[in-house]
Ligand binder design. Structure first.
Ligand code: SF4
Ligand code: ZN
Ligand code: ZN
Length: 323
């Protein structure tokens, strides 16, 4: 795809140059230079408003080779350059083992890290779990309780990213989730009544040493930028990212994709809808967090990780056919 599809008529609201985007949710028009600055300022402000980084944090960036994680890594490198004596960033990538997909994005990620002299670590499902995602899916598909590929993939990837980031000495794991992802996840969690997850995602959670033993702190500095704007930004910056979507997202008719389509349709009539969902998420996660604060949670009987009110965590539950 080409960012020229965003070319608009008219003048930039800030400098009168030629416009590349008109934001239908605000009416603002921006030229490429002002747009680029605006996105970078948004990321910087999100980090400071939500106190995402502390001095001497060791940042691990979850890199997929796509537009979001490459834009995130680039901005964190720039932000760190302004910081006194920063710990070097490490880019961490998970190779799930998806034929015809992940190999290409690994190459893009490798090249990007080389240009910016960033250490690039790759971990794989095969090495950590013993099976590639393609193998996991062909085994799981035979069982009557088969869940969509993304459920297995995301659960395993989250755990491996978390554990590897901790092993690398990270104090914070930066994820490339954008506003569209946050809106989609929030709506999914509402639809499935997963209030404990929404509570757990409260951005100003108090530090808890028991949780910290298991989970690294996660940050999402792109969470206030819609996906199509990250796309435009990555193209204006001429980042060499891997544009293709994972084949499972197309093959498996997962509800998540339908939810995303629904949000996109709503956006045509109500352009601010993703921001409304985001603000709803902030408010609800806060009140649910304080409401649930005193509740106890179990430890998984197999791995010991905190796991809500079940006896075995989802990770171990999915893993049990493979051990
Ligand atoms: S789309 Fe689904 S299967 Fe593909 S990488 Fe993402 S979570 Fe994994
Ligand atoms: Zn301008
Ligand atoms: Zn477990």
């Amino acid at each position: 795809m080409n960012y020229k599809i965003f070319l608009e008529k008219g003048k930039c609201s800030h400098c009168k140059n030629v416009v590349v985007i008109k934001r239908s949710y605000s009416g603002e028009t921006l030229c490429s230079e002002c747009f680029e600055k605006n996105i970078e300022k948004n990321i910087y402000k999100t980090i400071s408003k939500y106190k995402m980084l502390h001095p001497h944090d060791k940042i691990i960036v979850a890199l997929s080779g796509g537009k979001d994680s490459i834009s995130l890594l680039y901005n964190l490198i720039k932000i760190q350059e302004r910081t006194y004596n920063p710990e070097p960033i490490i880019a961490l990538m998970v190779d799930e083992g998806i034929k015809g997909y992940r190999k290409n994005s690994i190459e893009k990620a490798k090249d990007f890290c080389k240009i910016y002299d960033i250490e690039h670590k790759i971990i794989s499902f095969k090495e950590k779990i013993g099976y590639k995602l393609d193998e996991i899916i062909s085994i799981k598909k035979k069982s009557i309780d088969y869940r969509y590929a993304c459920n297995y993939c995301a659960t395993f990837r989250r755990r491996l990213l978390n554990d590897s980031a901790k092993d690398l000495g990270g104090t914070v794991l930066a994820l490339g989730h954008n506003l569209t992802d946050v809106a989609e996840t929030f709506l999914m969690n509402i639809l499935y009544k997963r209030f404990h997850i929404i509570a757990n995602q409260y951005l100003f959670k108090e530090q808890n040493s028991r949780i910290e033993n298991y989970f690294i702190r996660k940050i999402t500095p792109l969470m206030r930028i819609p996906e199509d704007e990250i796309f435009l930004y990555a193209n204006i910056k001429k980042f060499d990212y891997y544009p293709s979507h994972c084949p499972y997202r197309e093959k498996d008719p997962i509800i998540r994709k339908r939810v995303l389509d629904f949000i996109q349709k709503c956006k045509q009539y109500s352009p601010e809808i993703e921001f409304n969902l985001f603000n709803g998420f902030l408010e609800l996660s806060k009140s649910l967090y304080y409401q649930n604060e005193k509740k106890n949670y179990n430890s998984c009987q197999l791995c010991g990780y905190p796991c809500g009110n079940t006896k075995i965590c989802t990770y171990c539950n999915y893993l049990k056919d493979f051990t």
